[in-house]
Ligand binder design. Sequence first.
Ligand code: G3I
Length: 369
Amino acid sequence: MTLTRRSLLRAAALGGAGLAVGARTAAARPLVGAPGADQTLRALAARSGRAFGVSAQLGPMLSDPAYATLVTTQARVFTPQNELKWVALRPTPTEHYSFGAADTAVRVARDAGLAVRGHCFTWANSNPSWFKDNLTRSNAARVLTDHITTVTTRYRGQIASWDVVNEAYGPVAMTPTPWLALLGPRYVDLAFRATREADPSAQLVLNEHQLECSPARQRAVLRALEGLLDRGVPVHALGTQAHLSVRQFERHFNPRGYRAFLREVGDLGLDVLVTELDVTDHDVAGSPAHRDRAVARVYRTFLDTALAEPAVTQVITWDLADKHSWLRHDPRFEREDGEPLRPLPYDDAFTAKSARHEMAAAFLRAPRR
Ligand code: G3I
């Protein structure tokens, strides 16, 4: 990693501070009197040398102007949530790319002055159905390389950071993906090298899931990162997704262990990005106010832990308001009482919740990196 790239990213993180002062919108009503309530999350994050970001789906960004205003006001970084996935970009097994939605998502973010993160080039999910009959051992490397080259080149200078490989490593073995089946474990190397080739200035991220409460997964990812670096693979950062759930977090999160893990990643010379933060309350009984407090406690503990480590450069939430959370559409997280989930810093009316207050307070407490 070059000094220049690191300092550029730091400058980007700090750039949010000045813009944010007084930029509160009517839609974003903060908790009155709470520390940081009168500042945007991007300004609060910038105080410790970090960038705050949001991922959102294009649909709500276009159809719900109050939500779009909330997102673009609070965030410094934007991750298009689905528009850069294979299934969105490559509807047919031809050389045709369907760039419409991705172009719009990138333009909406850039018009609002946000830095854009690309997500993602390899994953087990959201692959087109034509993979099954058209990807083979002999063409897979070329298909993957061509895809990465075409997409990265199109957005060179517009997308500063890529989740090149998504959810590749499990606690005991690599996660099955079409790429693993056809190319073996070195598909990871190939994907990083192809992205680097197409855009030498982009930040290249290994984006991993379920790390926060699993020492076994942490060890597996550390070993994988060491291997990549030993082989000279251009990886610059680890994404720790942080899709958290209240009960699992209360039972299994070990702040000391997780901090040590983040430090070890930093010691490898890598940045760490919290890439997909949300906290589901699917297994918490009680009133919305009670659940909001439980969710907020998780935000507090998690962020206090992560932000204590200077390697952590960005915090990105997966959606910003409960109304548009992907979790509400996933049957795995349905509540027994049928009530809608409340996993994010803002509620359905875009009113700031306790989780927003705890995020703000954690950013204010965080040591400067
Ligand atoms: O756009 C179509 C719409 O036309 C159709 O009518 C509708 C019917 O189901 O589906 C819509 O597409 C859905 C898309 O979200 C947009 O809403 C897909 O079915 C649905 O599978 C897709 O889910 C996304 C999921 O990844 C799979 O790609 C979620 O929004 C997104 O939040 C989620 O994000 C993942 C990250 O990429 C990786 N980490 C975990 C995270 C959460 O699962």
